[in-house]
Design a protein around this ligand. Structure first.
Ligand code: PEP
Ligand code: MN
Length: 366
């Protein structure tokens, strides 16, 4: 249920209304616009008398929300959510401050933020898996030079076969942090289990992969962290299920979520998955959360990554996640879909041309 208040509601009546709603065990999600205040009620509203609330002086309208997702719903929160992470100066851009070779200013913000959502767009780029310190630092430097806002890299890899490379685990996270230290780029990496959470303390954005989209215990735990969560759509999940998974994280108090369309299983086998482009405007209409697209896992084919990135950007995506490898032929994971740094540079330039004409709904609020 959503209660839309009149402009400048009288304070005493407002406090009384809030106290009464809370006494019914409802959680109130308040969204303050320029001239409207919206109270979103989460919990069992079946006993709440909408007519009674409607009759109050300070209330403009009351609407029942039939969608099962509440916190993620745009009706509760009309303004777009923006996720932002500072880009640090990094050792590459700071003077050596003492004779021991320390770069004291490398951890200071560069003044630039990588932002996703609300009209901001960022590209997350990097290898499927962290393979060595040199590899991840060299890719970080090249994708940064091409304009990426975040560095990605898998340390814990969900592989179909237990005999395939499983990732460098804690060492992989350490190498990503080294790459952040050098370049200042915020890092994104995938968590597979609650037990790994401490290792992600310095990771800027925690990724929940497609296979874990409905690992509800993991989602609940991530709801208690204060980090942005990149939530990928499950291989066979509906968009409503994706939003319900976001709801699990939000119900715990963490509202910083980036949704990611990464292709779904269909009867088509020519591509690794089928990229569902219509997910972008659909999710934008239903939810205030930003939505990015991963064309690498969606297609599995390097040559398709550029055109699908352009299409996703044109359809209104708030960002992209692209796999980039310095030597795709010898990559330990997902080489066939990985771009070389040069190909990524071409992609970043093409996206800059598409951005000005990409779809932005006039008024996403119905
Ligand atoms: C990944 O991004 O490395 C990954 C494994 O993706 P997905 O969960 O979408 O398959
Ligand atoms: Mn991959």
């Amino acid at each position: 249920m959503v209660i839309i208040l009149k402009e400048n509601p009288e304070k005493k009546q407002f406090d009384n209304l809030v106290a009464w709603l809370k006494s019914m065990d409802l959680t109130i999600h308040m969204s303050q616009g320029i001239d409207t205040t919206i109270l979103g009620l989460v919990g069992d509203t079946s006993e709440v008398d909408a007519d009674l609330i409607n009759a109050l002086d300070i209330v403009k309208t009351v609407k029942r929300i039939s969608d099962p997702f509440k916190n993620a719903n745009r009706k509760f929160h009309p303004l777009d959510t923006v996720i932002s992470c500072p880009i640090l100066r990094g050792e590459d851009n700071s003077e050596t401050a003492d004779d021991k070779g320390n770069h004291l200013s490398s951890r200071q913000p560069s003044g630039i933020e990588a932002k996703i959502g609300g009209g901001y767009f960022s590209i997350i780029a990097g290898p499927c898996s962290v393979e060595s310190e040199e590899q991840v630092i060299s890719i970080a430097r090249s994708v940064k030079a091409s304009g990426a806002g975040f560095l990605r890299g898998g340390a814990f890899k969900p592989r179909t076969s237990p005999y395939s490379f499983q990732g460098m685990r804690a060492t992989g996270i350490k190498y990503l942090l080294e790459a952040k230290q050098k370049t200042g780029l915020p890092i994104v990496s995938e968590i597979m289990d609650i037990s790994q959470i401490e290792l992600f303390e310095d990771v800027d954005v925690i990724q929940v992969g497609a296979r874990n989209m409905q690992n509800f215990e993991l989602l609940k735990e991530l709801g208690h962290t204060n980090k942005p969560i990149l939530l990928k759509r499950g291989l066979s999940s509906t968009l409503e299920e994706l939003l319900m998974s976001a709801e699990y994280i939000m119900a715990g108090g963490n509202e910083r979520i980036i949704l990611c369309e990464r292709g779904i299983r269909t009867f088509e086998t020519a591509t690794r998955n089928t990229l569902d482009l219509s997910a972008i405007p659909w999710l934008k209409e239903k939810s205030h959360l930003p939505i990015i697209v991963d064309p690498s896992h969606a297609t599995g084919i390097r040559e398709l990554v550029l055109p699908m990135s352009m299409a996703a950007t044109a359809a209104g995506a708030d960002g992209l996640m692209v796999e980039v490898h310095n030597d795709p032929e010898h990559a330990l994971c997902d080489g066939p879909q990985s771009l070389t740094p040069e190909q990524f540079d071409t992609l970043a330039k093409a996206i800059a041309h598409v951005r000005p004409v990409s779809f932005r709904p006039e008024s996403p609020v119905s």
